[in-house]
Design a protein around this ligand. Structure first.
Ligand code: 5GP
Length: 173
């Protein structure tokens, strides 16, 4: 695998500062609630690990994997649940955490899915938001960074089987 010269878009320090800020806000907003952090794999595993360490509340944490038919990089509208939520979400205030909201199709699907499981409330949190690519109307409740229409890699986000463990976000092209 070629290791390209990396054009860093968001540095480790920028991520650290912003994730702490968003974690603080979530701590405030969920004080009286029964928080369940639902992390979407694989892309959000690093973000989730950093985020939950900045939420100063008791929280249940679960993971779910979805997949989009036929295309590896973007969603095409056919989302399926590959690994289901391991808990009964009934009565929980669920915060869905993902790496990026691009077309919005994945997040929109998961919101509906979690609602159908009897959650008391459902909100969304994303590391990155690419609003210019939206195909469904959805705006994340918490977002660390809004970015342009560029393909980004690192901090959980992949290029094929690579780069998820890079500790910052860089521009692929
Ligand atoms: P959606 O189009 O459903 O909003 O996004 C679904 C998924 O596409 C994201 O969770 C992410 O895995 C992938 N994706 C979208 N944009 C990018 C990107 O710029 N880089 C990478 N690595 N994945 C992306």
């Amino acid at each position: 695998m070629e290791d390209k010269a990396r054009n860093i878009l968001i540095s480790e320090e920028e991520i650290r500062v912003k994730v702490r800020e968003v974690g603080k806000q979530i701590t405030k907003d969920y004080k009286e609630k029964k928080l369940y952090v639902l992390s979407l794999l694989r892309g959000s595993f690093i973000f989730t690990a950093d985020l939950v360490r900045n939420i100063e509340l008791d929280t249940t944490i679960g993971f779910m994997t979805t997949s989009s038919y036929g295309h590896s990089e973007t969603s095409n509208g056919n989302i399926v649940v590959v690994n289901d939520v391991p808990d009964d979400l009934n009565g929980y205030d669920v915060l869905i955490v993902d790496d990026i909201v691009d077309t919005g199709i994945t997040m929109d699907f998961v919101v509906g899915y979690v609602q159908s499981k009897g959650a008391a409330s459902v909100k969304t949190c994303t590391l990155l938001d690419k609003p210019s690519r939206r195909k469904v109307e959805i705006a994340p409740d918490y977002c660390c960074f809004v970015i342009e229409d560029v393909f980004v890699v690192g901090y959980g986000l992949n290029y094929g089987d690579h780069y998820r463990n890079v500790p910052y976000v860089f521009n692929w092209k």
